[in-house]
Design a protein around this ligand. Structure first.
Ligand code: ADP
Length: 252
């Protein structure tokens, strides 16, 4: 069974002083199988973030259906963890507090919650920073804490909205390799929005290209590189060829 499916989904926003309606996205439909990593690319403003927010249950659909593990979604759930471009950590909580917050809906005893928090902090490489507050962390460290917080909810699906967009090139590459490991090890299904084609090819099993607003699905590319993403070599001819075909589709 598909982990996530979107069918004929449409969304419009109304806003501005004249309450103009902006048809942001759709109709659009696609499916994510369990354990699949799918990236969405497309021109700025084409509705990529809107698709993620709809899948997170943060926005209501105008039309269509979104199913998660076979059931219609009707609001946010920790089973669908979301990570934004800005880490959005609580500034009044330290790293351990932020990560522990992510597991608040799980029925865990105090000891189990503490163990899970410690395990995730170690998994994201923040051991020793448990009592640091967000403003004392670098951007990459904040983003890792935000990911640990999302993972603490025990998500089956991670929705990633340009999570490394605010980081410098070198940190971004490190974070991509690190994310590849974490997601692969845990068998999590992931949907990533990015404007970085290289990031999409490095991380995804499939890359979806959206058209300009209202965003619709324009093309889908299967990335047939190593399934252990940490082994993907950005300079290999196959990698470069995937980047080129996706870029050509975007530029059409
Ligand atoms: P992308 O992620 O592809 O850059 P978005 O999903 O953020 O695009 O936005 C798609 C369109 O919807 C844009 O034209 C944007 O201005 C509009 N939009 C997004 N969020 C809102 C909102 N909260 N209110 C009104 N319009 C919005």
């Amino acid at each position: 069974m598909a982990k996530l499916s979107l069918e004929n989904v449409r969304h419009s926003f109304s806003g501005g002083t004249a309450l103009k309606t902006v048809h942001a996205v759709g109709p659009i439909g696609f499916v994510l199988e369990k354990g699949e990593f799918v990236a969405i690319v497309g021109p700025s403003g084409c509705g990529k973030s809107t698709v993620l927010r709809l899948a997170a249950g943060l926005l209501d659909l105008d039309e269509g259906t979104i199913r998660f593990a076979g059931e219609r979604i009707d609001g946010p759930s920790p089973r669908r963890g979301m990570v934004f471009q800005q880490p959005a950590l609580f500034p009044w909580l330290d790293v351990a507090g932020n990560v522990a917050f992510g597991s608040r809906f799980r029925s865990l005893g105090v000891g189990a919650r503490r163990d899970l928090t410690a395990e995730l902090i170690a998994a994201v490489g923040l051991e020793g920073f448990e009592d640091f507050y967000p403003n004392a962390l670098s951007g990459g460290m904040q983003q890792r804490a935000a990911l640990a917080r999302a993972l603490a909810g025990g998500p089956e699906l991670l929705l990633l909205d340009e999570p490394f967009g605010a980081l410098d090139q070198q940190t971004r590459a490190q974070m991509q390799a690190w994310l590849a490991g974490i997601i692969g090890d845990r068998g999590i299904t992931a949907l990533l929005v990015t404007h970085d084609i290289e990031e999409a090819v490095f991380l995804a099993d499939r890359v979806l290209v959206m058209s300009g607003r209202p965003g619709r699905l324009r093309a889908s590319f299967r990335i047939d590189l190593s399934t252990d993403r940490r082994e993907r070599v950005r300079t290999s001819p196959e990698f470069v060829a995937h980047k080129a075909e996706i870029l050509a589709e975007l530029e059409q």
